[in-house]
Design a protein around this ligand. Structure first.
Ligand code: BG6
Length: 493
């Protein structure tokens, strides 16, 4: 990893929502690991701000417990003690300007001069405007010497109109280059590796288009159900929770043109181009290109409306209308309570135009990017079966992160994202126009689903691979979901 690019000033990280789950599970273990790897700024301090009344000592104790439970790596008490000395806490209300005044005074005293500040919003998005207004009103966003940056957790809006409004509100006090909208999928090594597979090699790019690729499947299936988040999830559903952000982000990386550089603006320009090349669906198109479903028993879950029509599963067929992809279907699906946790991209190549071998044993080439678990990349191709005259068998070239880079080679995605925000690199964060363009694709689907109840809400068995309707979506095109074949590549080892 390159040497961190810091300006030498003290950096203060302020976490709003500091007494919450995200801080304990992800943010502090990630910041600690950056500290352990000597990647944090030389001089830094972390201020937690939250509703719970903690003293500094109680806050540190609470986070220490979280480290033991969630860090997933070994650490020494000595190192924790040094790290913990940089942790401070102040309680306050997000809507109370005087609490922000107190915070400003505490920071000024502790910083003893010019300093950088990273404000991390680990709070529900409804609180973003109040917090930013209060930071602004108390002069905390002014860049007089050090930089000021704000990290915003997802979801960014609940539809296009609310995302546009939220962008307007945050732009009142901040320039776009101070805003870091998080999508934790972009912090995943394997998601970044989509770009490296495509653009650090010469062999894939020439065939990465409509001339060679039959279709693309992106699956993000989850074995887990609602995990105590029913209150939130029932008002949101799978399209807002997984598609508007994570799945569309994966899609942009699979489909984008090579950017001129890895810089934030070049990369994000190309991503926006992909999203802009997808035509938002009409209600008639939503009826035939989408499947929405709920797992059986969902309505009996605690905190779920017994009449809820919130989908916990969706499958979509999308087309990208540009020279590279015209006519190539992208099938996307995600759901809760599915048979297996799998995040994978299947690139299904076309069949050879003609063949001298008996077709019944031949399968088209398939490239699978396993984003999680058993992270890696596999290429299925045909070989002559020994001791036959002209039969073929599918064989596999494979790369596993674990065998190539070691067991714990893959860091937590928040670690990379926090490092990038501290270093001012916004490449792996979503830009205002990108978020809005993504919403412009999701909005018409949501409207048709919610207003017209079209297509009808399907039902699937918990622990299955989703509803029959999702199979029909591909069967109508003479195709099928290929996860079993992809699993077979992994199972045969
Ligand atoms: C979150 C969603 O953004 O991503 C959750 O809100 C989902 O519902 C989670 O479970 C999945 O993340 P991962 O990293 O476990 O694939």
């Amino acid at each position: 990893m390159n040497t961190p690019l810091y300006n030498g000033l003290l950096t203060t990280i302020v976490i709003f929502g500091a007494s919450g789950d995200l801080t304990q599970r992800k943010l502090i273990p990630s910041l600690f690991n950056l500290f352990h790897k000597r990647r944090t700024p030389k001089k830094f301090q972390i201020f937690g701000f939250g509703g719970t009344a903690f003293t500094d000592e109680q806050f540190r104790e609470h986070l220490h417990k979280g480290m033991q439970e969630f860090a997933g790596y070994e650490f020494t008490d000595e190192e924790w003690t040094v790290f913990a000395s940089s942790l401070h806490y102040t309680s306050g209300k997000y809507t109370e300007t005087s609490d922000f005044q107190n915070l400003a005074e505490m920071l000024t005293v502790s910083e003893e001069g010019e300093a950088n500040r990273l404000f991390y919003m680990a709070v529900p998005p409804t609180l973003f405007p109040a917090i930013i207004d209060n930071l602004d009103a108390t002069g905390q966003l002014v860049e007089n010497g050090g930089w000021r940056r704000v990290v915003l957790e997802k979801p960014f809006g609940t539809d296009l109109a609310s995302a546009v409004e939220l962008n307007k509100q945050v732009h009142k006090a901040l320039h776009e280059n101070q805003i870091y909208r998080i999508d934790h999928y972009l912090g995943k090594e394997t998601v970044q590796n989509i770009l490296f597979t495509r653009f650090a090699n010469t062999i894939f790019e020439p065939i990465w288009n409509r001339n060679y690729i039959d279709h693309v499947q992106i699956t993000v299936s989850e074995k887990v159900g609602l995990e105590h988040r029913a209150g939130f999830y029932d008002g949101v559903g799978v399209l807002r929770d997984m598609f508007q952000n994570h799945i569309l982000q994966i899609l942009t990386l699979v489909a984008m043109e090579p950017p001129a550089s890895f810089s934030a603006s070049h990369l994000r320009n190309e991503k926006v181009k992909v999203l802009s090349a997808i035509t938002p669906m009409t209600p008639e198109q939503v009826a035939v290109n989408t499947v929405r479903a709920q797992y059986k028993g969902y309505r009996n879950e605690e905190k779920v409306n017994p009449k809820s029509t919130t989908p916990t599963y969706a499958a979509l067929r999308l087309y990208i209308n540009n020279w590279r992809w015209k006519g190539v279907p992208f099938y996307l699906r995600s759901g809760k309570n599915i048979a297996e946790k799998q995040t994978q991209i299947i690139i299904q190549f076309k069949e050879p135009p003609t063949t001298m071998f008996p077709m019944q044993t031949m399968k088209p080439n398939m490239l699978v990017l396993y984003l999680q678990p058993d992270e890696g990349v596999h290429l299925r191709f045909e070989a002559k079966a020994p001791d036959t005259v002209n039969e073929t068998r599918s064989v596999d070239m494979e790369f596993h992160y674990e065998s190539a880079f070691g067991k714990s080679a893959i860091p937590e995605s928040y670690e990379r994202l926090l490092l990038d925000a501290l270093q001012g690199d916004a490449s792996l964060f979503t830009r205002a126009d990108e978020v809005e363009t993504a919403w412009s694709l999701i909005d018409p689907i949501l409207q048709t689903w919610e207003t017209h109840q079209t297509p009808p809400l399907a039902v699937y068995k918990p622990g299955s691979w989703g509803p029959p309707e999702a199979y029909d979506l591909l069967a109508r095109d003479g195709r099928r979901w290929l996860n079993e074949e992809a699993s077979r590549l992994l199972d045969k080892e």
